[in-house]
Ligand binder design. Sequence first.
Ligand SMILES: [Fe+2]
Length: 184
Amino acid sequence: MLDAAAESGTRAMVATPHSDLRYQFDASLCRGILGELQGRRTDGPRLYLGCELHLTPENVSNIIRDPAGYTLNGSDCALLELPDRIAPPMVNPALDAMTCAGLRVIIAHPERNLYLQQQRSWLDRLVESGCYLQLTARSLDGASAPRHQRRPRTSCNAVWPTSSRATLTAPPPACRVWQAPLPP
Ligand SMILES: [Fe+2]
């Protein structure tokens, strides 16, 4: 993946291992592995550490207590994966708590979430309330779907490519666009 990214001109990548009920995120272990990878391809993209937090009470309290330990490269951006079985009244307080703690919440791959696929209006409300959306690139052409269902899966108007390589010119007004600044 690193070789392919280097060859396609990618300048920076953020590795975001999951923190969920199965995997415990260990920042220092991951940082060491990332350093090894960077050493193997010093001319490749710069590598940064982040974490993809599943929405659990422990993860929410951890990131509020120690934001730099769980955000993308120690920034104010929190990558959050929502469970497939969502009850908005249960999710909203967690999102509010993170936002009040000064975090910018990025919802991870909402296009793959079974609830959000059916409840686009709630997705729009999340964006209106200040959340950002991260899409898996292959979802844009449907390639990540089962073979017999391959077609574009993302038509929500709250989504817009943020890649600097995107050829689209201007986002519709309702979109939130986040261009990640490259650290020095
Ligand atoms: Fe995920």
